[in-house]
Design a protein around this ligand. Structure first.
Ligand SMILES: NC(=O)c1ccc[n+]([C@@H]2O[C@H](COP(=O)([O-])OP(=O)(O)OC[C@H]3O[C@@H](n4cnc5c(N)ncnc54)[C@H](OP(=O)(O)O)[C@@H]3O)[C@@H](O)[C@H]2O)c1
Length: 261
C-alpha cells in the first residue's frame, strides 16, 4: 500500500493506459481523480473498479485542451480531497495524417491538449502538493523518437512534452516535487488498434514485429501502470526529469520502423 493516504489525478483515465494507471494506484491505496472527456460510462466503470479495490474515486469530466475546464476540474479536486500527491498527464488525441495535410486547428488542438493542458494542470497541481512530496508523471509516445507515418504532429507535441518534463523537474524540485515521464512504445489499447487500421492489422503487426523484440510480447497498459507506480513511489526519488522508454526493446530492434497497418 505505497499510496495509502495519497490522492492521485490521472488525466484520460476512462480507457487504455490511463485506466490501468488509475486502477494500479488505487490497488496500492490512492484515492483517484478519474478525468475523462466524453466516455462517462467507461469512467464510471473505472470508478467501480477503484471501489472494488477498496479505494475512492472522483469522476472529473473535463476537456484537457480547455484551460478553463482544467482549472474548474482542480477546484473540484480541492473541494473534495483538499490536496493532491500525484498527477499523471496521460490524455492525448490528435489527427493522424501527413504534416502537409494538417490544418492549423489540428496543430492548435494537439498542442492545447499535450502542452497547454498539461502545463495548466501542473500550475494548478503545485499549490495542492505543497508540503506533500508530490509526483508528476507525463506520458509521451514513441513517435517523439521515431518516424511513424501520420504521427508528425503528435510526435512534435510529445517531443515538446519530454522537454517540458525536464524543465519542470528543475523548477519543481526545490518545491519537493519530482517530475518524470514515460515513453510507452506501442501498447495494446483500443485506440492503438483503431489507429493501426483495426484489430486484424494490429494482430498482423504483432505477429510480424513483436517476436523480434527482446520482450517478445505485446505491451499491455499494466506494463506502463507498473512503471508509473514506481515513478510515483519514493523508490524513484533520485530519478528526475527523465522520460523512461518502456517499450519492451521495440525502438532498438532493427524492425522497429515497420509500422502497424
Ligand atoms: N497505446 C499506445 O500504443 C501508446 C503508445 C505511445 C504513447 N501512448 C500515449 O499514452 C497515452 C494513453 O494512450 P491510450 O492508447 O491509452 O489512449 P486511449 O485509449 O485513446 O485513451 C485516451 C484517454 O484520454 C482521454 N482523452 C482524450 N482526449 C481528451 C481530452 N481532450 N481531455 C481529457 N481526456 C481526453 C480519453 O477520454 P474519453 O474516453 O472520454 O474519450 C481516454 O480516457 C496517450 O498520451 C498516448 O499518446 C500510447
Amino acid at each position: 500500500m505505497r499510496f495509502a493516504n495519497k490522492v492521485a489525478l490521472i488525466t484520460g483515465s476512462s480507457r487504455g493506459i490511463g485506466r490501468a494507471i488509475a486502477l494500479r494506484l488505487a490497488s496500492e491505496g490512492a484515492r483517484i481523480g478519474v478525468n475523462y472527456r466524453r466516455n462517462a460510462a467507461e469512467a464510471e466503470a473505472v470508478a467501480a473498479g477503484i471501489a472494488q479495490r477498496g479505494s475512492e474515486a472522483l469522476l472529473l469530466q473535463a476537456d484537457m485542451s480547455d484551460a478553463e475546464a482544467v482549472r474548474a476540474m482542480f477546484r473540484q479536486v480541492k473541494k473534495t480531497f483538499g490536496c493532491l500527491d500525484i498527477l499523471v498527464a496521460n490524455a492525448a488525441a490528435t489527427a493522424f495524417r501527413p504534416l502537409l495535410r494538417q490544418g492549423e486547428h489540428n496543430v492548435t488542438r494537439t498542442f492545447d491538449l499535450t502542452i497547454t493542458g498539461t502545463l495548466v494542470a501542473v500550475q494548478e497541481a503545485v499549490p495542492l502538493m505543497a508540503g506533500r512530496q508530490g509526483k508528476i508523471v507525463t506520458i509521451s509516445g514513441i513517435d517523439s523518437l521515431r518516424m511513424l507515418a501520420g504521427h508528425g504532429l503528435l510526435g512534435a507535441a510529445k517531443a515538446a512534452l519530454e522537454n517540458m518534463t525536464m524543465y519542470l523537474a528543475h523548477e519543481l524540485g526545490p518545491r519537493g516535487i519530482a517530475v518524470n515521464g514515460i515513453n510507452p512504445g506501442l501498447i495494446r489499447t483500443d485506440s492503438a488498434q483503431m489507429y493501426a487500421g483495426g484489430e486484424a492489422a494490429y494482430a498482423q503487426y504483432e505477429r510480424d514485429v513483436i517476436p523480434q523484440t527482446p520482450a517478445g510480447r505485446t505491451g499491455r497498459p499494466e506494463d506502463i501502470a507498473a512503471v508509473a507506480a514506481f515513478l510515483c513511489s519514493e523508490d524513484a526519488d533520485f530519478i528526475r526529469g527523465q522520460t523512461l522508454l518502456v517499450d519492451g526493446g521495440l525502438l532498438s530492434s532493427s524492425i522497429a520502423s515497420r509500422e502497424p497497418a
